[in-house]
Structure formats: structure tokens, C-alpha cells
Design a protein around this ligand. Structure first.
Ligand code: OGA
Ligand code: MN
Length: 291
């Protein structure tokens, strides 16, 4: 069966059919998916009952899998070490207690963000596999940062053009009142990211926003925070958003260079087993300051 992509939102996001992610991909299929990602920024694959190993093998078609150091406070044992456990499950496969620190940390995923924008070389793609889905809620929403950029007025476009932000998980989790210990703070030093990025293939510009952004270089902090709040509000207006309603064994890929995403609430006494592989990016978006 031929691999086909059908657009599922007015502006972006596509659904891919005619492909089995348990099997090795042909070069043609890889090229079709890459081109589909360049265009749609989010791709949905239905009915992909894959193992961790199959998810890893599929992911490697798109680049190197990002190392997890500094990504999470949890040293996992539940899933393959190349996979990020973004489930609500503890090491006994039971939903976290309400007061569990890992649960608090994971609530950061409910803020609009781009994965690994807190790394000097931030992520390219994320691939999220829905192994167990709660009966209601728990959607993942995506906002198209290309469309948001295009919709800015000329004055704002000029203002953001050479803007550089500081990103750290201390900023994003801090928004929810989460606190880190010394060792964690050491791993989470802010990095610099350009506010405007150009896609390496299409050249299309996009806003590089994320909950991890907490300061703007050369701007007073209250002004910067307000600017980021207002810009985030604009960039996540419903016209820019595709809401993915999960069914078991969906796999969704998104391009962190072109979209933001967030998790939505659900009954957390039910298991929601989500596993993410992250593809490393290739370049920095801004010059870093020497340590
Ligand atoms: C992620 C993430 C959202 C969700 O895996 O990076 O933000 O809906 N997940 O689980
Ligand atoms: Mn995420």
C-alpha cells in the first residue's frame, strides 16, 4: 500500500496511512515522511502497536536520539533508556500519587512548550507513542509557530527579528511553583535561543517560543516576562491550534522547530502511558555565553 498523507487541520498537521512502523522503512518512505514533516510540522500515524525497540529503530531514520541527561529529574527503570517516560506511571506501573514530585514535574508538560529548548542544541523532532490512553481528556495540542509568525504585524516582526531568549526548565517548572535542588539547578543552567528561526529546508520563518523561555537578553525582566506572555497568548490562539485526541497506539511526530505543544488534563487515576523518543537537532539558534 502506498504511503499517503492527508491534511487534518486547515493550516497544518497530517495523517499518514499505508505504513507499518514495526517494519524497516524504505528510503522512499523516510523521504515522504521528512517532506511531510517539512510541510505539515505534525504527523499522525494510527494503529501502530510498537515496542520500545521498534520505536527507537523507527526514530533513528530521522537523526540521532537525544541523550536524556538534564532532561528529567527521574532516573527511569520502566522503559528503554533511549525513551522518555512521559506517562503518569511509577516504576510499578501505578499512577503517581497526587503529591509525587515526578507528577509535579510532569505537569510542566501542560504548559505550551517546545521540547529541549533548554538545550544549547535543541531538539528536531519528538515522536510520542500512546500505549495506554485514558477514557477521556488527555489530548495533546499543537500550535503552528510559522502561521503565528506570519500573522504578526510588521512592527512586532521587526521587534522579534534579532531577539534572543534564555531558556531553562527552572523557568518553565518555576511557573508552577516547582523547585529544584542544587544538583538539578546545576544541570539546568539557562541557554540562549533565537526568537525567530528559519526552517532549514523551506526557509519558512517561525517563532521559537516555549514555556522554558524566561528572560530576553538586554530587556528588563518584568518587561521581558510580559512580552513573552503576550506573544505566547497571541501565538496559541485557537486558529493556530490542532488538538490531537488520542486513540491507543497512535504515534505522533512533531517538529519542535516549527510548533509548540502541550498536554491537556484527564483523570490521573487512569493510566496514560506515553513514550517519547526525541531526535537531536543539528545547530544552535544563538551564540552561547562562555561558562
Ligand atoms: C512530550 C509532551 C505531551 C502529552 O512528550 O514532550 O509534552 O500530551 N507530551 O503527553
Ligand atoms: Mn513536550
Amino acid at each position: 500500500m502506498a504511503t499517503e498523507i492527508r491534511q487534518i487541520h486547515d493550516e497544518f498537521a497530517g495523517e499518514v496511512s499505508g505504513i507499518d512502523l514495526r517494519e524497516p522503512l524504505s528510503a522512499a518512505d523516510v523521504a515522504t515522511i521528512e517532506a511531510g514533516m517539512d510541510q505539515h510540522a505534525v504527523l499522525v500515524f494510527r494503529n501502530q502497536n510498537i515496542t520500545d525497540e521498534q520505536q527507537i529503530a523507527f526514530s533513528k531514520n530521522f537523526g540521532n536520539i537525544e541523550m536524556k541527561l538534564g532532561g528529567n529529574i527521574r532516573s527511569e527503570t520502566r522503559v528503554n533508556e533511549l525513551i522518555n517516560d512521559v506517562s503518569n506511571l511509577d516504576n510499578n506501573n501505578k499512577p503517581f500519587d497526587r503529591e509525587d514530585r515526578f507528577r509535579y514535574f510532569n505537569l510542566g508538560n501542560h504548559l505550551w512548550h517546545s521540547d529541549s529548548s533548554f538545550r544549547a542544541v535543541p531538539a528536531k523532532y519528538s515522536l510520542l507513542s500512546g500505549r495506554k490512553i485514558p477514557s477521556e481528556g488527555g489530548n495533546t495540542e499543537f500550535a503552528d509557530m510559522r502561521a503565528a509568525y506570519d500573522a504578526l504585524d510588521d512592527k512586532t516582526k521587526a521587534q522579534v527579528e534579532s531577539m534572543v531568549c534564555e531558556h531553562s526548565q527552572i523557568y518553565s517548572r518555576g511557573k508552577l511553583g516547582f523547585t529544584f535542588n542544587e544538583e538539578e539547578i546545576d544541570l539546568m543552567k539557562p541557554v540562549r535561543q533565537a526568537m525567530v528561526r528559519s526552517h532549514p529546508v523551506s526557509g519558512r520563518k517561525s517563532l521559537y517560543l516555549s514555556a522554558h523561555a524566561g528572560a530576553i537578553i538586554d530587556m528588563p525582566l518584568p518587561e521581558a516576562k510580559l512580552f513573552l506572555m503576550n506573544l505566547n497568548e497571541f501565538a496559541t490562539e485557537r486558529r493556530f491550534v490542532y488538538a490531537h485526541k488520542w486513540t491507543q497506539y497512535d504515534l505522533v511526530i512533531w517538529d519542535n522547530r516549527q510548533v509548540m505543544h502541550r498536554a491537556r488534563g484527564y483523570d490521573e487515576t487512569q493510566p496514560r502511558d506515553m513514550r517519547r523518543t526525541t531526535i537531536a537537532g543539528e545547530t544552535m539558534t544563538a551564540e552561547q555565553v562562555a561558562a
